[in-house]
Ligand binder design. Structure first.
Ligand SMILES: CCCCCCCC/C=C\CCCCCCCC(=O)N[C@@H](COP(=O)(O)O)[C@H](O)/C=C/CCCCCCCCCCCCC
Length: 218
């Protein structure tokens, strides 16, 4: 794994996203943090192709990914092998602010929760792209997915800024080209493979956080 989130500048490829989410799940359905983070690093590459209007989103995603990368490289790295081991380790050792922001603003649990919420947006957005038609507007698909997921966790000012950025998204055809997979049919087929994997990772994480009552970490 590269040291910095922004250090590798290869072209985005949807196939890589598929590969990383495929690697995320262990045989007993634990989620490997290293591959989860790798999936987000790949997605950030896509975001970075969209220009400076999306810079505030990319910056936030990069900083959260970097927090997790640092934990994966820390002296306690072995505790961060899976999301399950991370949750157990941080909760057992009181390393998470549970009710109000305090001395652990960069805990793995809190940081991953923000990306986890964004993963639902991604799943909804990719699914709407998969079933979209040539005249579908990516800005509308993206806004609908955002409003049905992440928006409820964001204050008005963030929702407003996100809504304005969505208007500047490239069209569907440009989107499919950036995915770097091939024909639209091939993109749709690959999305059809990626979405169930993303959904499975999301559901496992959601159930884990619900079980520990940490779905609302400040
Ligand atoms: C397969 C190719 C097609 C899709 C590729 C999409 C690539 C997207 C890559 C990254 C998505 C952005 C992830 C954003 C994480 C946001 C986490 C978050 O909710 N952070 C907020 C709360 O954090 P704390 O303050 O509690 O630490 C933070 O306030 C947010 C700030 C930035 C605004 C986030 C807006 C998110 C909009 C959804 C993503 C839109 C991307 C559009 C590109 C297609």
């Amino acid at each position: 794994m590269a040291d910095s989130v922004t250090s590798d500048d290869q072209k985005f490829c949807l196939k890589e996203v598929l590969a990383t989410f495929r690697l995320c799940l262990s045989e007993n359905k634990e989620v490997y943090l290293e591959h989860y983070v790798a999936g987000w690093r790949e997605l950030v590459k896509f975001l970075n192709t969209l220009g400076s209007v999306f810079g505030f989103i990319s910056k936030d995603a990069v900083s959260k990914v970097q927090i997790l990368v640092n934990l994966l490289k820390s002296e306690n790295a072995s505790q961060y092998k899976t999301i399950q081991s991370m949750v157990k380790y941080e909760l057992d050792n009181q390393l998470v602010d549970l009710n109000k922001a305090g001395s652990h603003p960069t805990s793995g649990c809190r940081t991953l929760l923000r990306l986890h919420r964004a993963l639902k947006w991604l799943e909804l957005f990719l699914d709407s792209l998969r079933t979209s038609t040539e005249d579908s507007k990516t800005s509308v698909l993206c806004a609908d997915a955002y409003n049905a997921s992440l928006a409820k966790f964001h204050p008005w000012v963030v929702r407003k800024a996100a809504g304005m950025a969505f208007i500047l998204l490239p069209g569907r055809q440009a989107f499919f080209e950036i995915m770097n997979v091939g024909t639209p049919e091939q993109v749709v087929a690959m999305l059809g493979e990626a979405i169930p994997l993303i959904n499975e990772v999301y559901q496992i994480t959601e159930a884990l956080y619900a079980q520990h009552n940490i779905l609302d970490l400040p």
